[in-house]
Design a protein around this ligand. Sequence first.
Ligand code: SF4
Ligand code: SF4
Length: 96
Amino acid sequence: MLANYGYKDASGDYFITIDTDKCNGCGDCAAVCPVDLFAGMDEDPNDPLRVEPVAIVAGTKKNKVKYECNPCKPEANRPPLPCVAACATAAISHSW
Ligand code: SF4
Ligand code: SF4
């Protein structure tokens, strides 16, 4: 399942997507994120049938992901995103 966290406004789409079929709940994304955007859950709050651990975007941070991610997303020469680079299963993608 693709779990989308974010929003759309007049300036664009700002979503972080976690593919819960790929996520194993390792927590490596949370460990490298400078703004503590990710949280590990023992069970998937979006899928009551799943009992394996999974990462989610924590709390109300999904409502401001564009701003939360500013430290990793300069205007030009954007480096590999720490969360994407850390995820060995390629479960994380960003829409912008
Ligand atoms: S690093 Fe990837 S596999 Fe590990 S918890 Fe984060 S999203 Fe899931
Ligand atoms: S881009 Fe940076 S701030 Fe945004 S979720 Fe990934 S590691 Fe965290």
